[in-house]
Design a protein around this ligand. Structure first.
Ligand code: ADP
Length: 497
C-alpha cells in the first residue's frame, strides 16, 4: 500500500521507528479530520459564533474539537521531526488518557466506559516501542485508581486492572512476533540487495509488463537510461553506448524476466587483435616455408649424406606448412572472411585424389584404405572441391593416425536431397566424455596415443566450421578400442539445378 506523501517519512529514519511514526501520522490525520468535521457540523446549523458559545454543550463541543485539531496538528508536526523519537507517540497516548478522563462523569467512566480505557493501551502497543505498552497499562490503571479512590471513594475493580495488563501482554506478544517477522524479511531483503550490489555482472529485472523493477549498480553504469534499449529476449551480444554487451535473459516465476549483462568490449578487442595477428603471422610464414621446402627438395636430389638431412628438413617444413595453413584458415573463419565456392566437381575423382594422397601413409602402417562411392550419386555436383578435399584429408588423416591395425573406409552415400561422406576406422576410438570437446579449437587428447601424433588440435574445428559454412552437419560415433565413425552430411546441389 502506498502512503500519501504527507503521511510518509524520509528513509533516514530507523525503519522500526519510521513504521510506528507512520501509523501515528495516519491516526493523527484521522483525528484532525474528525475535529474539522465536528467544527463544520457545529456551524452548519446556521447559529452565529456568539450563540454557539453561549450554549454550554455547544461551547464544550467546539472547544474540544478545536483542541483536538490544534493539539494533534502540533503532534503531527512534532512526529515529523527526526530527533523527536517517540515523544509524539507518548504525548498522543497521554492526551488520549486525558480526553477519556474528562469525556464523562467519573462513575460512568468506571462502569459502562471501562472498555474505552483499552483504546490507549492498544494505540500504545502499536505506536510506541513494544514494552511501553505495560507503562501505558500502568498509567490507565493509576488513572482508574485515582477516579475510584479519590473522586468516588470506592474500591477499584481489580478485574478491570487485570484485564488491562492481560491486554497489554497480548498486544506486546503480537507486536513482538510481527516485529520479528518484519525484521527477518528486512534483513533478507538487505542481504539480497548486498549480493546484487556485489555481483560483477549487471542484473536487470523486468516485470510482466516489461517495466524495469530492479537494476543493480553495474547494470546502471553499463546502460544507464538505455536499460530499456537492451534486446528483451534470448541470449546474445549488442552494442549499446559504444560498448559491446553480452546478455542472457531467463524467466523467473512470479517475478518476470531477469537479464545478466556483461561488458565484453575489451574481450572482443583482444579477440579481434589476436585473430588479426594470427592471420598476418601465418600468412607471412608461408612464403619462407615454401622456399625451405623447395631448396630442401633440390638438395635431396644430390644423392649423398646431405640427402637424408634435406629430406628431414622437407618433411618437417611440410608439417609446419600444414599447421600454418590450419592457423590461417582458423583466423579467416573467426574473422568471417573465408568464402565457400560453388563449382562443379566429381565426388568419385575427389575421393580417388585423396586416396592417392594418403595411401602412402596407410601403407606405412599396413592399413587397408578402402573407398566406395554410391552409384546413385550424380557424377558431377556443386561444391567447393578444395575445401572438401581439406575435410577429407583431415578426417582420413586422423583415421590413419589413430588406427594401428585394420582398415580405414571412406564412403560417399546419397540420401534424398543430401549426400554423406562417412570416414570409418578400426582405431583407438574416443572416450565418450571427450566427444563433445573434439570439435573445439586447440583441444587434443592428453593420452599417450594422441600425444604421440603431431597436430595443433585445429583439424576437427576447421572441418566443423567448413561443414557449417557448406550448410551441412557433422556427427561422430566412437567406441574406445573399436574405432570411430565421422559422418558429414551436406545438401546435394546438382549441376543443372
Ligand atoms: P589433431 O589431430 O591436430 O590433434 P584434431 O582436431 O584433428 O586435432 O583432433 C582432435 C582430437 O580428436 C585428436 O587429438 C584426437 O584425440 C581425437 N581424434 C580425432 N579423430 C580421431 C580418430 N579417428 N580416432 C581417435 N581419436 C581421434
Amino acid at each position: 500500500m502506498k502512503l500519501p506523501k504527507l503521511l510518509g517519512l524520509p528513509d533516514t529514519f530507523d525503519p522500526d521507528d519510521r513504521r510506528r511514526r507512520q501509523i501515528l501520522n495516519i491516526i493523527l490525520a484521522l483525528f484532525i479530520a474528525g475535529g474539522l468535521v465536528s467544527i463544520l457540523a457545529t456551524f452548519s446549523y446556521g447559529d452565529s459564533f456568539n450563540e454557539i458559545i453561549r450554549d454550554q454543550d455547544g461551547a464544550l463541543i467546539l472547544l474540544s474539537s478545536v483542541a483536538v485539531v490544534v493539539i494533534f496538528t502540533l503532534l503531527f508536526l512534532l512526529n515529523r521531526w527526526e530527533r523527536a523519537g517517540s515523544l509524539a507517540g507518548w504525548l498522543f497516548v497521554l492526551s488520549l488518557v486525558a480526553i477519556i478522563s474528562i469525556s464523562d462523569v467519573p462513575s460512568e467512566l468506571l462502569e459502562r466506559g471501562l472498555i474505552v480505557w483499552t483504546l490507549p493501551i492498544l494505540a500504545g502497543g502499536i505506536i510506541l516501542p513494544p514494552l511501553a505498552v505495560f507503562i501505558v497499562a500502568s498509567i490507565v490503571s493509576i488513572t482508574n485508581l485515582y477516579i475510584a479512590v479519590m473522586l468516588l471513594h470506592i474500591a477499584t475493580n481489580p478485574y478491570a486492572i487485570a484485564m488491562y495488563f492481560v491486554l497489554a501482554a497480548l498486544t506486546w506478544l503480537g507486536m513482538s512476533i510481527a516485529n520479528g517477522a518484519i525484521r527477518t524479511a528486512r534483513m533478507e531483503a538487505q542481504k539480497n540487495a548486498a549480493i546484487l550490489d556485489g555481483v560483477a555482472d549487471g542484473v536487470v529485472v523486468l516485470n510482466d509488463e516489461d517495466q524495469v523493477v530492479l537494476a543493480n549498480p553495474v547494470a546502471l553504469s553499463l546502460m544507464g537510461s538505455g536499460l530499456t534499449q537492451l534486446a528483451s529476449q534470448g541470449k546474445g551480444q549488442q552494442e549499446l553506448r559504444g560498448r559491446v554487451l553480452a546478455f542472457e535473459w531467463s524467466e523467473v516465476k512470479g517475478v518476470g524476466r531477469v537479464a545478466i549483462v556483461r561488458d565484453v568490449s575489451r574481450q572482443m578487442e583482444v579477440e579481434r587483435a589476436k585473430e588479426a595477428m594470427l592471420g598476418v603471422v601465418s600468412h607471412e610464414m608461408r612464403t619462407p616455408l615454401a622456399a625451405i621446402i623447395g631448396f630442401a627438395e633440390i638438395i635431396a636430389l644430390r644423392n649423398d649424406l646431405a640427402t637424408t638431412f634435406a629430406e628431414r628438413i622437407r618433411v618437417n617444413a611440410q608439417r609446419l606448412t600444414y599447421m600454418v595453413n590450419d592457423l590461417l584458415d582458423h583466423a579467416q573463419m573467426q574473422a568471417g572472411t573465408l568464402k565457400i565456392r560453388h563449382e562443379s566437381f566429381s565426388p568419385s575423382s575427389l575421393l580417388l585424389l585423396v586416396k592417392n594422397l594418403l595411401s602412402g601413409l596407410a601403407e606405412q602402417k599396413s592399413l587397408k584404405l578402402i573407398t566406395d562411392v554410391d552409384p546413385t550419386l550424380p557424377d558431377l555436383i556443386l561444391g567447393d572441391s578444395s575445401r572438401l578435399q581439406q575435410i577429407l584429408v583431415n578426417l582420413m588423416g586422423n583415421a590413419i593416425k589413430f588406427t594401428d591395425y585394420g582398415e580405414v573406409r571412406v564412403s560417399c552415400r546419397r540420401m534424398d536431397d543430401e549426400w554423406q561422406i562417412i570416414v570409418q576406422d578400426t582405431g583407438i576410438g574416443i572416450p565418450a566424455e571427450r566427444l563433445p570437446d573434439i570439435f573445439e579449437p586447440f583441444r587434443r587428447g592428453s593420452d599417450y596415443a594422441t600425444r604421440n601424433h603431431q597436430g595443433a588440435g585445429l583439424g576437427l574445428s576447421i572441418v566443423k566450421k567448413l561443414v557449417f559454412l557448406m550448410d551441412g552437419r557433422i556427427e561422430v560415433q566412437s567406441i574406445v578400442g573399436q574405432g570411430s565413425i565421422f559422418t558429414v552430411t551436406l545438401p546435394l546441389k546438382k549441376v543443372n539445378d
